[in-house]
Ligand binder design. Structure first.
Ligand code: FMN
Length: 470
């Protein structure tokens, strides 16, 4: 079913590191991502994106190293594969003060921050940015990323999503229920800064957390930041259907995206939400030429920089000791239990010779890559919209070049077709996407509005009701 979203939304998909997705490209002379430690790299990019009317900068993040935590991690360090990396939560405060309209989205998983303090950080950022913050809710993907927070390894998949449900429940209570709208008074005459009868403890007691409250920040412009989610398994889709206002997907084709979108929207309705309470953002990268031949030639040039080790390591095509296979290793000799389906898929598509590991890397670098002229790229983007996609997360090869080129060459064609905005609409990030600043009444966070005002325990998800302390 075609998306009703016109114009589409466009986010710049980035990470505060040198080698985020397209590994090896940091070696190019025009790769500014090597200077990720310089805040001006990101401030300049934010200004470029805002001038081009991108909807948001969308920062990925991880809390550790990829691969088996007991395995060798040399390849990640050699490749700069998401290490070193800096914390997007801190960086976004700098970007907020240098921009006015563009949304600022950060990824954080349920292990890397305690929900009480994380809710406080996001409220602070939402105040600083005047309501432009979004949170990409992820459950984590790394054993090391879990071990850095005291866990023995990555929590099992289903339990990670149960954990995420309680995590967001705590944040919803803090963001939506702890402060009434008129609690902050600042009455110099009477010497009353806030009204204590309008600020409430949340008394959360759950399987993983005990959080008394109240929330320390006063309500920010959005209260609950715009909520993204990334994760497309059955559990991932159910979590998104209950909690996400936007989900980030990397479907291999518009047809598969259409199935994923229809299923998630159907689930959202079963949870009492509307189908269009969720917007879907597809990750795509672009190689742009004034002619198709020029675009193809540029694609070959990018492929000269492809790091087989980088893509192999990121796709967990590693042996038991964590070492990547040599590029000329026949795929039949690859022993992996994490990417078996991908290895088999690539093998099926190479029939004229023995498929090797280098073919996997090349296939990864071409995943959801569109090579063409601005017009042909706009045609393809329209096909994703027809599949139900509401926005595109633009994946870069180089910073800022990939975004500057997309802004200069493709966005004008999309604007002429009504597929990209020419101006920002007023208001907060949620106002721009959904026409209202606060999360809608169909979302589970809304049930906590006013829920603690009389101090009585409320029907709480994932926690036993407790006698609210008088
Ligand atoms: C498009 C996309 C982007 C993701 N980005 C991140 C990320 O930045 N950090 C992270 O820890 N996990 C990230 N993930 C992993 C998911 O959060 C999730 O933990 C993982 O996909 C397992 O969920 P699933 O089995 O439901 O897909 C991403 C997943 C997808 C599909």
């Amino acid at each position: 079913m075609s998306s009703k979203t016109t114009p589409l939304h466009f986010n710049a998909f980035v990470m505060n590191t040198a080698s985020h997705i397209h590994h090896g490209q940091w070696r190019r002379p025009d790769a500014g991502q090597t200077e990720f430690n310089d805040v001006n790299t990101w401030i300049d990019l934010a200004k470029l994106l805002e001038a081009a009317k991108f909807d948001a900068m969308f920062f990925a993040d991880v809390s550790g190293l990829y691969g088996d935590a007991d395995a060798d991690f040399d390849v990640y360090v050699t490749e700069g594969l998401q290490i070193p990396s800096n914390d997007p939560t801190v960086l976004l405060s700098a970007l907020a003060v240098h921009t006015e309209h563009i949304g600022l989205a950060l990824t954080s998983n349920v292990a890397q921050n305690h929900p009480f303090n994380f809710a406080r950080q996001l409220s602070t950022l939402d105040h600083i940015s005047n309501g432009r913050i979004a949170w990409n809710i992820v459950t984590g993907v790394q054993d090391n990323g879990a071990r850095n927070f005291g866990l023995p390894k990555l929590t099992d998949h289903a339990e990670r999503y149960e954990w995420a449900e309680e995590y967001v429940d705590v944040t919803y209570k803090l963001w939506e229920g702890s402060w009434d709208d008129d609690a902050l008074i600042k009455d110099r005459e009477r010497g009353v800064f806030s009204d204590p009868s309008k600020i409430h403890k949340i008394h959360h007691v759950g399987k993983r957390y005990r959080v008394e409250g109240p929330h320390l920040p006063s309500p920010s412009p959005q209260r609950t930041p715009l909520l993204y989610q990334a994760g497309s398994s059955e559990s991932g889709r159910r979590f998104a259907a209950r909690n996400a206002e936007a989900t980030f997907i990397i479907a291999p084709s518009p047809a598969i995206a259409a199935e994923l979108i229809a299923d998630t929207r159907r689930l959202a309705v079963s949870y009492g939400r509307n189908p269009d309470d969720i917007k879907f953002f597809q990750g795509l990268s672009f190689v742009i030429g004034d002619t198709q031949e020029e675009a193809e030639a540029k694609a070959l040039e990018y492929e000269q920089y492809v790091s087989v080790d980088g893509y192999s390591a990121h796709s967990a095509i590693v042996d038991k000791t964590g070492r990547v296979y040599a590029a000329d290793t026949p795929l039949k000799d690859v022993d992996t239990n994490t990417a078996k389906g991908f290895v088999e898929w690539v093998s099926q598509h190479i029939t004229d010779r023995e498929p090797i590991v280098a073919d996997l890397a090349l296939s990864r670098s071409r995943d959801t890559r569109i090579v063409g002229t601005p017009e042909s790229i706009a045609d393809t983007i329209a096909e994703w919209q027809a599949a139900g996609v509401d926005g595109i997360n633009v994946i870069n090869w180089v910073i800022p070049g990939s975004f500057a080129e997309f802004a200069d060459k493709v966005l004008p064609v999309l604007r002429a077709r009504g597929l990209a905005q020419s101006e920002y609409s007023e208001g907060t990030l949620r106002q721009k996407l959904f026409g209202q600043s606060l999360i809608n009444d169909r979302h589970p966070a809304a049930r906590y509005r006013g829920a603690f005002s009389d101090g009585s325990p409320i029907s709480q998800t994932y926690v036993e009701p407790i006698e609210a302390k008088s």
